[in-house]
Design a protein around this ligand. Structure first.
Ligand code: HEC
Length: 152
């Protein structure tokens, strides 16, 4: 009976771990896309290419969601943190739309001043996720492995 329980435990872990890994990949790909759009905004600022800036800001605001199945895996992985995660995504969207409007109006100073609040939305979600959100447990493991402190 004990052996049986052990195997069932491993099976459960495998079943749970597989979607979690896939969801992580989906998340990273989505995020790499956002990073590329932020770089495009920067390039646009140096060249005063308002079209490129507005396009990149729109791409951030309307970033494609993963296909339904992967989205469900992602939500399952986020668990009770899902509402917070979606709210943070909404805040980022608002900031991106404000920047897009400034670019469409050709207002370079406003574009520059709206860049930082947008970047803050990215960083705020990362910090929450890594310190208090679902990423925290993983991080604690790494910190313990390094023998460092969890101050940062
Ligand atoms: C709603 C939450 C949220 C928002 C908003 C958000 N991110 Fe992320 N981001 C994550 C999570 C979760 C990860 C993966 C977890 C980790 O690396 O600790 C991540 C990771 C990343 C990575 C690393 C991906 C990799 O391959 O390792 C990049 C780059 C990134 N985000 C860029 C951005 C940019 C740029 C923005 C803003 C335009 C942004 N993110 C906004 C949640 C968010």
């Amino acid at each position: 009976m004990r052996r049986l329980c052990g195997w069932m435990g491993i099976m459960t872990l495998l079943v749970l771990a597989a979607p979690a890994a896939a969801a992580g990949d989906v998340m990273n790909r989505m995020m790499q896309g956002l990073g590329a759009e932020m770089a495009r905004i920067n390039e646009g600022i140096w060249r005063e290419d308002f079209e490129a800036i507005a396009g990149a800001a729109a791409a951030i605001a309307e970033h494609p969601l993963p296909p339904l199945l992967q989205r469900l895996e992602l939500l399952a992985q986020l668990g009770t943190a899902a509402p917070r995660f979606m709210a943070a995504d909404d805040e980022m969207r608002e900031a991106a739309l404000a920047l897009k409007e400034a670019a469409e109006g050709g207002r370079i100073d406003e574009v520059v001043s709206r860049y930082q609040p947008l970047q803050q939305r990215c960083v705020a979600c990362h910090r929450w996720y890594r310190r208090d959100g679902p990423g925290a447990a993983e991080r604690r493991e790494i910190v313990t492995e390094w023998g460092g402190s969890d101050e940062q």
